[in-house]
Design a protein around this ligand. Sequence first.
Ligand SMILES: [Zn+2]
Ligand SMILES: [Zn+2]
Length: 204
Amino acid sequence: MSFTRDTADALQYAAVLVNTRPTAAHGEGLTSVAELVEQLLEWDWTGDLPGTEDELETVRRVRSRLREYWDADLDQAVLITNDLLRDGDARPQLVNHEPLGWHVHATPSNAPLATRLAVDTAMAMVDVIRADELDRLKVCAAQDCDDVLVDLSRNRSRKFCDGTCGNNANVAAYRARQADARQSTERQPRTRRPSARPAAQPSS
Ligand SMILES: [Zn+2]
Ligand SMILES: [Zn+2]
């Protein structure tokens, strides 16, 4: 199952936004309006950009609401989605702009940013729920990390958030493999295989 690009982008951005929440492991990730604007532009966000502290504050509130998706079962995810669509007065319209081509906007481009973020995520969740893919939403498997991810990999193998956890886990796995390799070399020393040498050229 692969989602359309607008859905995949909306899900990935929702995870990025949710992961700016301060947690036990890290501080506030959205410390200024400028930071939020930079993030939105990075994610090809269109429509009016935020300019005030109030807007920043409402975005911070909505990301906590969106975080609930990652703890939700199917029924709860449906409730959240319907609430967000109703509260945001969602009216899906097909629009065409780069880099997505034809896709859906369900709020006008001058609606409050927090509303657009909420509705955009909810619209993506409509696809997720209809496709029975809620288990794509995962909380990072690293101990004491509360960040989230959307696993869009083919074999659903992702376990760690996009922060440092994935790297840390890779380093730990690499060290474990190295340690294993060292142990097995100690147990059974490798002998050079003669076939590893280049074959002698036949002389004519
Ligand atoms: Zn768009
Ligand atoms: Zn993590």
